[in-house]
Design a binder for this molecule. Structure first.
Ligand SMILES: [Mg+2]
Length: 125
């Protein structure tokens, strides 16, 4: 069991991911945009993984990750970006900000879950 922060401005997507992760025995905290997600990432203890949308109002996902890296914690939390598109430039910026994987929407539940379990089972996660 792990606590996972899911940040997406689409309530439908948040609900879908939350249901998937809870069925697999995890707990979910939700963020509704980049600003909210950043606050939750900094204030909620014991988050083990962040799943983050790219296109969101107020603050986009990539900028959120960069801010989180600048402002945050000694132990960085792994981040998966969930997106419909990812340019090589975005991937480079994301990598610098702690993004470990880019998962293309729409994603298969089994694929997302297996990526999540894989990262959570790392000794360092
Ligand atoms: Mg979005």
């Amino acid at each position: 069991m792990a606590l996972i922060l899911v940040i997406d401005d689409s309530e439908t997507i948040r609900r879908q991911i939350k249901s998937l992760l809870e069925t697999a025995g995890h707990q979910v905290v939700e963020g509704v945009d980049g600003i909210d997600g950043l606050e939750k990432a900094k204030s909620v203890p014991d988050i083990k993984l962040i799943l983050c949308d790219v296109n969101m109002p107020r603050l986009d996902g990539l900028s959120m990750c960069i801010k989180l890296k600048e402002e945050a914690l000694p132990n960085p939390v792994p981040i998966f970006m969930l997106t419909t598109e990812s340019s090589p430039e975005m991937k480079t910026k994301g990598k610098d900000a702690g993004v470990l994987a880019w998962i293309t929407k729409p994603f298969a539940d089994a694929k997302l879950l297996s990526a999540v379990e894989k990262i959570l089972s790392r000794p360092t996660a």
